[in-house]
Design a protein around this ligand. Structure first.
Ligand code: PLP
Length: 481
């Protein structure tokens, strides 16, 4: 394809995208296909001779769309949101065209510099402590990762490296393997599974801290303190704690104002995973949820979840860049350049120009536009919560703080599982469950940029209609027995 055709096809593609997104709610949100559906629709091998562009585009509706779960449909309420906005998509096009890989300043100065400055902009929007802002002379700063899972792992590896260095400094004869085999990390039993997996990848023990419904599923300082004391008494070395702000099951918030000082006193690296909830901290009314950040060594959240920056863009800040640089520094000759000395950049990842998406979105929405967007989602979640609370057959299973509502029919887990199955089989709306205190709970997360009150009311109409049917079936079964 030459530039002249690209101009034409590019405009057609923009139309196709706009049509898709404008009409998305007419499509069933969840696909009606069986595993392996796609293989039979396309050849076993890549074409020897080139296909035409028209043929490729025709296959979007024939091959791809039948198997797409439409995350940007206003009827999508599963998982947590994934961001999508036109400015971010346009920036992604430009990023693809520039196509640089920003592993060092010299690899593309604008790429690394914009990333550092955008991380400062965002850090200031969140009112992060000064320690986390790079500026021109700061010791800390931010770097974009692909996912929150990566950020958790990067923090864990940096913490492991720091712990080993600290112990060797006071006991140089101690064998390194003897240290790593004693290391122990902690996270909540509500933490995302990526935290446990990070422990597996890093080859360190990861202990889950139990939480209780009565404490709103938040890790309590006393519980962490007790586990640390027990582990130290057993000869283990506590070195890392991953706190969660906005857990995946119920959007619970660990008490970092209480947990942070314990970690600091024990020289334990505290990482904060706020993958979903982090975006809300740009609103002054939600910022108190981040109080205690001043005790953290690293903090991460996903603008690609809730801040209108398309995947992938997971922002991670550290108090001391040297902790990351020290852990992962590689120095081959081909990466050396004339401006090495500044040490301002600490890219651990071969990213495309991801900061361009942030720059476009932040400028075109402004802080106010982004705050309005977050507030609207929270209001929609509160509207859904009110509908649930007004229906005696249902109960709310966890506090609704942001855009997630956890709810269930009063009754058995089986009844709720049947309800969810029928909801998803209908393909009009899509939800996923979670388990809270042994109960099967339905999660309703406001996700799409275009969700309005009418979608929420329509979703509730469908849910209650199906609930009525499920309850009638249960009654019939009981009568028969
Ligand atoms: N942490 C939390 C609290 C999450 O809710 C999620 C995903 O929803 C993740 C981590 C994983 O995020 P990612 O897919 O960016 O790795």
């Amino acid at each position: 394809m030459e530039a002249a055709e690209f101009r034409r096809r590019g405009k057609e593609m923009v139309d196709l995208i706009a049509d898709y997104l404008e009409n998305i709610e007419q499509r069933p949100v969840y696909p009606d296909v069986e595993p392996g559906y796609l293989r039979s629709l396309i050849p076993e091998e890549a074409p020897e001779e080139p296909d035409t562009y028209e043929d490729v585009v025709k296959d979007i509706e024939r091959v791809i769309m039948p198997g797409v779960t439409h995350w940007h449909s206003p009827y999508f309420y599963a998982y947590f949101p994934t961001a999508n906005s036109f400015p971010a998509m346009l920036a992604d096009m430009l990023s693809g065209a520039i196509g640089c890989i920003g592993f060092s300043w010299a690899a593309s100065p604008a790429c690394t510099e914009l990333e550092t400055v955008m991380m400062d902009w965002l850090g200031k929007m969140l009112k992060l402590p000064e320690d986390f802002i790079a500026g021109t002379h700061g010791q800390g700063g931010g770097v974009i990762q692909g996912t929150a899972s990566e950020a958790t792992l990067v923090a864990l590896l940096a913490a492991r490296s720091r712990a080993v260095r600290m112990i060797l400094a006071s006991d140089p004869q101690r064998p390194e393997t003897g240290i790593t085999s004693k290391l122990v990390a902690y996270s909540s039993d509500q933490a995302h599974c990526s935290v446990e997996r990070a422990g597996m990848i890093a080859g360190v023990r990861m202990k889950k801290i139990p939480t209780e419904q009565s404490d709103k599923y938040a890790v309590q300082g006393e519980t962490l303190r007790r586990m640390i004391q027990e582990d130290k008494a057993a000869g283990l070395i506590p070195f890392y704690f991953c706190a969660t702000l906005g857990t995946t099951p119920s959007c619970a918030f660990d008490h970092i104002t209480e947990l942070g000082p314990i970690c600091n006193a024990e020289k334990i690296w505290m990482h904060i995973d706020a993958a979903y909830a982090g975006s809300s901290f740009i609103c002054p009314e939600f910022r108190p949820l981040l109080n205690g950040i001043e005790f953290a060594d690293s903090f991460n959240f996903n603008p690609h979840k809730w801040l209108l920056v398309n995947f992938d863009c997971s922002t991670m800040w550290v108090r001391k860049r040297s902790d990351l640089i020290g852990a992962f520094k590689m120095d081959p000759l081909y990466l050396k350049h004339d401006h090495q000395e500044s040490g301002r950049y600490f890219y651990t990842d071969n990213s495309l120009f991801r900061s361009l998406k942030m720059w476009f979105v932040f400028r075109m929405y402004g802080l106010k536009g982004l705050q309005d967007y977050i507030r609207k989602h929270v209001e929609l979640a509160k509207e859904f919560e009110s509908l649930v609370r007004a229906d005696q057959r249902f109960e709310i299973s966890a506090d609704v703080v942001l855009g997630l509502v956890c709810f269930r029919l009063k009754g058995s887990n089986e009844v709720n599982e049947t309800l969810l199955k029928r909801i998803n089989n209908g393909r009009k709306i899509h939800l996923v469950p979670c388990q809270l205190s042994g109960q099967f709970v339905l999660r309703f997360a406001v996700c799409a940029r275009t969700t309005e009150s009418r979608h929420i009311r329509e979703a509730w109409r469908l849910i209650t209609q199906l609930a009525e049917e499920v309850m009638q079936d249960v009654t019939k079964l009981k009568v028969r027995m």
